[in-house]
Design a protein around this ligand. Structure first.
Ligand code: HEC
Length: 118
């Protein structure tokens, strides 16, 4: 039992050490955001960093989002605006090809934390 706990602690320390690090000034859990991005299948339209085999370019690649000034050419690139975009792109740019995907607020925060930490 004790050794199981030791192993678990060791594995989680290892994961924490290797996982994406939250960039300064951001909130959320980037490791969880990476998983959420895969679950919502963002990579069915975007190149998403860390999601192997994502090579679809319906939307722009998201691997250098942190360096961009604007999100979708519409919103100044802040974490709050990125959360807005991920949750409701149709309100910001009606008729664009990214659908509203019912992303929860928490998932959107974590996904934004992940994308902006690259
Ligand atoms: C059906 C295809 C599709 C899916 C699925 C999709 N997107 Fe998009 N996304 C787009 C398109 C198309 C644009 C470009 C809109 C524009 O620039 O006006 C876009 C734009 C974006 C942008 C702005 C990119 C930039 O360079 O400014 C972000 C960020 C983004 N999407 C994140 C996501 C996330 C996160 C998910 C998963 C929750 C997701 N997208 C799912 C099609 C999609």
């Amino acid at each position: 039992m004790k050794s199981t706990i030791t192993i678990l602690l060791g594995v989680s320390a290892l994961l924490a050490g290797c996982g994406p690090k939250l960039a300064p000034g951001l909130v959320g859990d980037p490791m969880r955001g990476k998983i959420a991005a895969a679950q919502y299948a963002c990579h069915s339209c975007h190149v998403v960093p860390g999601v192997p085999g994502s090579d679809v370019r319906v939307g722009r690649p998201l691997d250098e989002l942190a360096q961009q000034r604007y999100i979708a050419g519409k919103l100044p690139n802040t974490q709050a605006n990125l959360v807005r975009w991920i949750r409701d792109p149709q309100a910001i740019d009606p008729g664009n090809a990214m659908p509203n995907m019912g992303v929860s607020e928490r998932d959107a925060i974590d996904i934004s934390a992940y994308l902006l930490s690259h």
